[in-house]
Design a protein around this ligand. Structure first.
Ligand code: GLN
Length: 548
């Protein structure tokens, strides 16, 4: 039978519960255990697919096409667990299921209540995740902060879990903040005491406290937290801010958190082996030899979480190339106003991410034109590919005013358009082309050189596609269609000859990048960028590439 860990958060949001859960997964895997992770989101939306990135941050897409919380990205990056639609549960999904059952008459005349019907449904979801993954340990993260009204049913279900499964099979971890008050030069434990107090009122006594802190926690402080929160002192774990999130499993291992968890579950397993992670991820992330600056030209730039997987994939590509990747976050509307030259001068790569709607599009197109003409490495992702196609149509193929029918439904040259099946779609939630599809790669292409194989599977989240009517003109003008979804003859990858690295893809490679296995397209993008940055430093670069 699987063992279950519930991770809750207290004091404030954004404490890094997702990364904490993922890191716990990592150290347990390092002990030879099979783990899976899941996330409960207390909002009423069925999934985050219809939410604005400013509300929610990135929507992470799983292999089976679920639109999920970005924490599932951390889970997949830190561990071998494969996320599916069963691994992200929202209040909306739970109520939807209960109400559907009620309408069907499944409850045989009973009054439907939060306890036990909603909590049973939640517990059932945990068991399903355990079952589909066959894991030894299920780590279930409960979104929000203890004390929120919305998360109460999830906490209640978590409480009941140890009653149902037995105390030895369930462990509660509470992530909390221990703030440093500068003017008093003191670290304060009171917020943690209060948040653990709230948790205990609900009936949950945490077994482990993960204390987020700016300063080290002294022995006395740990003793105080232990006493007031009724948690063993060695289970009061210090989680001091670190330079790279990939250090956190090591921080936990050094405080034997893996052993604390295993002994609670009465599990015996091999010793914790994180050598490879330490050498090939952490050390390379912290002290790389090279440095490179790339621009990410998007429209949700002010929000760190909106392009989470992209920023992580760039870090991974840096690790693979022994380079620190500095990201210049550029609002594409600024390029519209000030021009690409002024804003992008000196960068060694341009990445154009995905997105929806017309705002900022013309700036992305200008940035792509600049990268194409000045031979700066370009990586276009989803909408980024669609913009690369529009740019090429307008400026190379002479199709004046070419556009995507998403932005201009009556455009004369709809080089990006809807397939018949998508034009009939009425509901916006969950109806895009979602999840993994096969992509056949042309030999003698940059894509093939990057992947080193002819068939790959990549994740999608879009409605619009390249319009095959224009394929011939594009090919004549030098665009290479190097990746195709053969079953429906859909364009997946476009690239350019006579350019060091110009690759744009209809899918989202960022979702499959890992710190110890950078995604090939990101890795080669950064490699090409490094070659350019070396050129910048040399005289030839300055002479050969006027305009920089
Ligand atoms: N808006 C575009 C589409 O729906 C691109 C989507 C994306 O970048 N994820 O096709």
């Amino acid at each position: 039978m699987a063992k279950f860990i519930f991770v809750t958060g207290g004091v404030i949001s954004s404490l890094g519960k997702g990364i904490t859960s993922a890191s716990i997964g990592r150290i347990l895997e390092a002990r030879g255990l099979k783990v899976t992770l899941m996330k409960f989101d207390p909002y009423i939306n069925v999934d985050p697919g219809t939410m604005n990135p400013y509300q929610h941050g990135e929507v992470y897409v799983t292999e089976d096409g679920a639109e999920t919380d970005l924490d599932l990205g951390h889970y997949e990056r830190f561990t071998h667990a494969q996320m599916t639609k069963f691994h992200n549960v929202t209040t909306g999904q739970v109520y939807n299921a209960v109400i559907t059952k009620e309408r069907h008459g499944d409850y045989l005349g009973k009054t439907i209540q939060v306890i036990p019907h909603i909590t049973n449904e939640i517990k059932e979801r945990v068991k399903i995740a355990a079952h589909v993954s066959g894991a030894d340990i299920v780590i279930a993260e409960i979104g929000g902060t203890v004390g929120d009204i919305e998360s109460l049913p999830f906490l209640e279900a978590a409480r009941q879990f140890s009653l149902d499964m037995g105390k030895d099979n369930v462990l509660y971890i509470h992530v909390t903040l221990v703030p440093y008050i500068k003017c008093a030069e003191e670290i304060k434990t009171k917020p943690t005491q209060h948040s653990v107090g709230t948790l205990r009122e609900i009936g949950i006594q945490p077994d482990v406290l993960i204390c987020r802190t700016e300063k080290p926690l002294s022995n006395e402080l740990k003793e105080k937290i232990s006493l007031f929160c009724n948690v063993r002192k060695e289970a009061v774990i210090e989680a001091k801010d670190v330079g790279s999130i990939y250090q956190i499993p090591l921080v936990f291992k050094n405080q034997v958190l893996d052993e604390i968890i295993l002994s609670h579950f009465r599990l015996i397993s091999k010793s914790c082996d994180l050598k490879d992670w330490e050498k090939n991820v952490v050390e390379r992330a912290i002290s790389p030899k090279n440095k490179i600056t790339v621009a990410v030209v998007g429209k949700y730039i002010t929000l760190q979480d909106a392009y989470k997987s992209i920023y992580e994939a760039l870090i991974h590509a840096g690790i693979a190339n022994d380079a620190r990747v500095e990201v210049k976050k550029i609002d594409s509307e600024i390029i519209e106003k000030q021009g690409a030259e002024k804003i992008l001068k000196g960068v060694s790569g341009v990445l154009v991410p995905g997105g929806f709607g017309y705002r900022g599009i013309e700036g992305k197109i200008k940035a792509i034109k600049f990268a194409r003409e000045k031979k700066i490495p370009l990586l276009g992702l989803c909408l980024g590919m669609q913009c690369a196609v529009i740019e090429f149509a307008r400026n190379v193929c002479g199709l004046k005013g070419a556009n995507s029918s998403e932005f201009k439904p009556k455009t004369k040259y709809p080089v990006i358009s809807l397939l018949e099946e998508q034009s009939r779609v009425k509901n916006l939630g969950g109806t895009m082309r979602l999840g993994a599809y096969l992509c056949k790669i042309k030999k003698a292409s940059l894509a093939y050189k990057s992947y080193g194989k002819a068939l790959v599977k990549e994740r999608h989240r879009h409605r619009y596609e390249f319009n095959n009517k224009y394929k011939k003109i594009f090919e004549k003008k030098g665009m290479v269609f190097s990746g195709i979804y053969q079953k429906k003859n859909l364009v997946e990858i476009v690239e350019l000859k006579n350019h060091p690295y110009f690759v744009a893809v209809q899918f989202h490679p960022e979702f499959k990048s890992k710190p110890n296995k950078a995604h090939p397209l990101f890795r080669e993008f950064i490699k090409a960028g490094l070659a350019l940055s070396k050129l910048y430093e040399s005289d030839i670069g300055v002479r050969g590439r006027e305009g920089f």
